[in-house]
Design a protein around this ligand. Sequence first.
Ligand SMILES: Cc1cc2nc3c(=O)[nH]c(=O)nc-3n(C[C@H](O)[C@H](O)[C@H](O)COP(=O)(O)O)c2cc1C
Length: 340
Amino acid sequence: MSVKSTLKRILPIGVFERIKRIANGRLSLYGMTLTQAHRFNKAYAKYDSTGICQIAARMTFFTHQIEKGLSHTNFRYGFGHKPLQYLKDAMEKYQHADASYESSVVYQSALAALHEYAVRHEGHEEEFAFARSLFPGNIWRAAAQAPVTCGGSLVITAESKLHNASLTFSELSENRHSVREYSSSPVSYEEIKPAIDCAMRTPSVCNRQPSRVKVILDPKQISSALQIQGGFGGYAMPPALILITADSRVFMTPQEHNEGFVDGGLFGMSLLLALEEKGLAACPLNTMFLPSADKATRKLLDIPDYENFVMYIAVGHFPDEIRTCRSTRRNSDDVICLIR
Ligand SMILES: Cc1cc2nc3c(=O)[nH]c(=O)nc-3n(C[C@H](O)[C@H](O)[C@H](O)COP(=O)(O)O)c2cc1C
């Protein structure tokens, strides 16, 4: 006989129902959270992870760091010693972990970023010396062969965005890129509001619509918020900043406790595409806060405990011409598992 049926038989019905509620409520919430933490802890890409997936993730992360450096308007010759070292480490590990590493998009992307790093340093041998000596000659030779479209930076023009409203969904998706540097013209609430209206069509679980949106136009608040956020270093402040949070009060059971991140993430994607369609440049920014940053941001922007941070989105107008990261995507075959 199960514990449940034994308890049901021996306890008065009121007491049994209370125990059941506690077990299915708070206990299961903490239990699920611990299980989730345990699974995450076993899987995430630590420095000494040996799995292909984790090594590839670290390679992508450090490739992205290089791409960000390559796309800065104020290009800093010789940038990125640390990311280059970590990238080298990840590339070496990947060569050992994956027999077909040479054909991997992730690896090719790293090579393409390195190639652009070398090309952009032509005539700046002194600043390039560190990177040159860090990677062996065969890597630089392979980098020179990597398709340019696989990694590095690309240039976006404001003119190319003029007809965004007439693009198909595929074209809009294909041409949207995170843009981190904006023209000097301000962005008004009236320009942003139609994009938020459009994102309101985002589906959510049982249509409970947990997403909440803060539109921050005050330069001081933007600067303080992004200083705490920490992932926008080296860029001028955007003229507008949006914060998406998820309101936990719309959820009804403990197993829904992550749903706000799902619904809020979907909302964020809709909003990014809507901003793009309306000709505004944007970049999602993480709100993966440690407790001190969480607390400071809540205080700064007056965010109640019942709202969870989902993401920021920096918004501005496209400058006439701007570089950004290519952020090459893996092939869909790499992520699809077909069950039939
Ligand atoms: C939730 C989320 C958080 C992100 N956080 C940051 C960030 O803190 N700083 C940053 O420069 N880019 C950030 N990005 C932008 C990613 O780097 C970018 O989306 C990715 O490289 C894909 O490139 P794309 O947006 O140009 O397609 C974030 C993106 C997402 C979706």
